[in-house]
Design a protein around this ligand. Structure first.
Ligand SMILES: Cc1ncc(COP(=O)(O)O)c(C=O)c1O
Length: 442
């Protein structure tokens, strides 16, 4: 059915493999038999080159909280584009966006803009090493912080196997991976490297690792450990920043991280990364006044950093969300609850062992198997019946025009409605009735 509906996409994919390894420019964008090629996107919809329309729950890697091409952003971009796309020097809109972030996130006393989240996390750990003069960084098993070399450890199952094809093989010597949401075991591992430990970096909600919220006591325990031992506590809020509330998850959890990384939503649909944090720490990267009087910690760079288009889109987005924050977060968080509760009930009515994880406006379905009874870690996620998940996501896309990037959590934006969630539920029920999830082939 999918192949019948998408002949032009198949042709484009055939062209694409001649140009790009695997036919794609981001690994996770490939799915079998081939991804549909998008022609345009507006509000909650993606339109492919064959004329099919999809209600999108992938929402640009979860970045598009206002939906695709929202007028509030497009109108501002329309005017900015006529005034320049890249000045290569400083601009006032960056101050507006920076101020909006500062006001919403108390930790962000000083910020640096860059172009991707991967850069932001790379800079954050570099700052941590510079400030503490220690070398080891700690991340969680299954934690995803982008493709920078240091953090390419324990990302994919099996987590203990080196991911470092193309790396020296020594990067792992300076990375300690701890089990997500298991404070006792984490502390034991941290103790073994504490004298050379520069930072702990983790996501408040394991995103790519399976949409699993961190336990508040886990986060607090790690933060306390850092404070006691001169280790920087870094929250990677590239997904959670402005996703769960107007600001960071750290504020709602009453955490006090030293550094926070942001991306996605704050770029308003254009490329961005942000590293921000406490003044005395961020100062290590100040190229103008530097108390260290030696070489500074170089975190600047990036031809496109702070470019006026991204600044404009980001500021328009935060300005709009800020003014409408109550309605927006009430709405999307409520729709998230509706999706999680509704799907959980439905799967259980059909006798399927599943767990629908998530928080606020992000959610993900796991088909429990291999002795996994509860999703607590990325390891549990990896052991689930991922073939069933593929069939589920694929059926939603091919038969019902509902798009989740296969295997990835879904994100609700302000343009989704209760009706969309009901449609998702109805489609899921029809899929369950057809028993397709139990089939052994795609
Ligand atoms: C938590 C987290 N950190 C970092 C990144 C990397 O960001 P980017 O893809 O913009 O490099 C991602 C991307 O999905 C992410 O989810």
């Amino acid at each position: 059915m999918y192949k019948k509906k998408t002949p032009k996409s198949r042709n484009s994919y055939n062209d694409s493999v001649k140009i790009f390894p695997g036919g794609i420019s981001h690994n996770i964008r490939f799915f079998r038999p081939y991804p549909f090629f998008v022609k345009k996107a507006k509000d909650k919809h993606l339109f492919d080159i064959d004329g099919n329309r999809y209600v999108d729950y992938w929402m640009g890697h979860w970045a598009l909280i206002l939906g695709h091409s929202p007028n509030v952003v497009v109108n501002k971009l329309d005017s900015q584009i006529r005034h320049g796309t890249l000045y290569g020097t400083v601009n006032d809109t960056s101050i507006k966006l920076g101020e909006s972030i500062k006001k919403a996130i108390p930790t962000s006393e000083l910020l640096r803009f860059c172009t991707t989240g991967s850069e932001a996390t790379m800079y954050a750990i570099r700052i941590a090493r510079a400030v503490t003069k220690k070398r080891i960084i700690c991340k969680t098993i299954g934690g995803w912080h982008g493709f920078n070399t240091d953090l390419m450890q324990s990302v994919n199952y099996p987590f203990e196997v080196d991911e470092g094809v193309g790396m020296t093989g020594r990067e792992g010597d300076f990375v300690e991976s701890i089990p997500f949401n298991d404070l006792e075991r984490s502390i034991k591992l941290l103790d073994s490297v504490k004298d050379d430990l520069a930072c702990i970096i983790l996501e408040p909600v394991l995103g790519g690792g399976g949409c699993i919220p961190a336990d508040i006591n886990y986060l607090k325990g790690l933060e306390e450990y850092c404070k006691r031992n001169n280790i920087l506590f870094i929250l990677d809020e590239i997904v959670t920043g402005f996703r769960l509330n107007f600001g960071s998850a750290s504020s709602s959890y009453r955490l006090d991280p030293d550094l926070i990384t942001l991306g996605k939503i704050v770029g308003g649909g254009l490329p961005i990364g942000v590293v921000c944090g406490k003044k005395e720490i961020m100062q290590v990267a100040n190229p103008v006044e530097n108390k260290y009087k030696e070489r500074i910690c170089y975190i600047g760079g990036g031809t496109f950093s702070s470019n006026p288009l991204t600044m404009t889109a980001g500021y328009a987005t935060l300005d709009y969300i800020g003014k409408n924050r109550k309605t927006i977060y009430n709405k999307i968080n409520k729709l998230g609850d509706m999706a999680r509760n509704g799907l959980t009930r439905l799967f259980s009515d059909y006798g399927l062992r599943t767990q629908v994880t998530g928080i606020g406006s992000v959610f993900h379905t796991h088909f429990l198997s291999n002795g996994v009874n509860e999703i607590k870690s990325a390891n549990d996620v990896a052991l689930c019946d991922n073939q069933a998940l593929t069939r589920y996501h694929f059926s939603l896309m091919a038969k019902y025009g509902i798009f989740f990037l296969p295997h990835k959590m879904g994100a609700i934006s302000v343009v989704h409605s209760e009706r969309d969630i009901r449609n998702l539920m109805n489609a899921t029920e029809t899929i369950l009735e057809s028993d397709i999830l139990m089939e052994k082939k795609d």
